[in-house]
Ligand binder design. Structure first.
Ligand SMILES: [Ca+2]
Ligand SMILES: [Ca+2]
Ligand SMILES: [Ca+2]
Length: 152
């Protein structure tokens, strides 16, 4: 056993905080949420979306800083965006057909263009511009229809 200055006694240096418990004993840490009950809801990509809002915006940092800018916890498929990250499992946000959102309609989903999930409008190294298909960082843009005139 060792003592962690932030969270009390534990093994190793595991920092515990911002966890959710449903009618269970807490494993310690700070800023936890204890629920008397919780209901998940199914949606486009699985059964673990959140119906209640108890766990919305109670994480330890922004969703963008957690790399979850383009993800969601709710059936409405609302992106986390710049909000405080929700506690719980996250899915990639989709459109009404269950396809990952593609803000610039270039055929490459936002979460793949913005690989580190920080939502920045300026692509980071190795990324393409997720919200502007004409500014992808390569010579032809990142997709879409290109029309060329045949020269003779
Ligand atoms: Ca949030
Ligand atoms: Ca795109
Ligand atoms: Ca990025």
């Amino acid at each position: 056993m060792s003592t962690n200055s932030q969270t009390g006694t534990g093994t190793g240096n595991i920092t515990k905080s911002h966890n959710a418990y449903e009618s269970a004993t807490s494993f310690g840490g700070v800023t936890n949420v204890t629920l008397s009950g919780f209901t998940f809801a199914g949606s486009k990509l699985g059964p673990w979306y959140q119906s209640p809002t108890n766990l919305s915006n109670v994480g330890s940092r922004t969703a963008a800083n957690a790399g979850l800018y383009h993800h969601t916890t709710v059936t409405a498929q609302t992106k986390e965006g710049s909000s405080v990250v929700d506690v719980g499992f996250h899915y990639v946000a989709t459109d009404s057909n269950g396809l990952p959102l593609d803000a610039d309609s270039d055929g490459i989903p936002d979460y793949l263009e913005d690989r580190n999930g920080n939502g920045s409008g300026t692509p980071d190294s190795g990324e393409t511009d997720w919200d502007n298909g004409y500014n992808s960082g390569n010579s032809l843009g990142s997709g879409g229809l290109f029309v060329f005139t045949l020269l003779r």
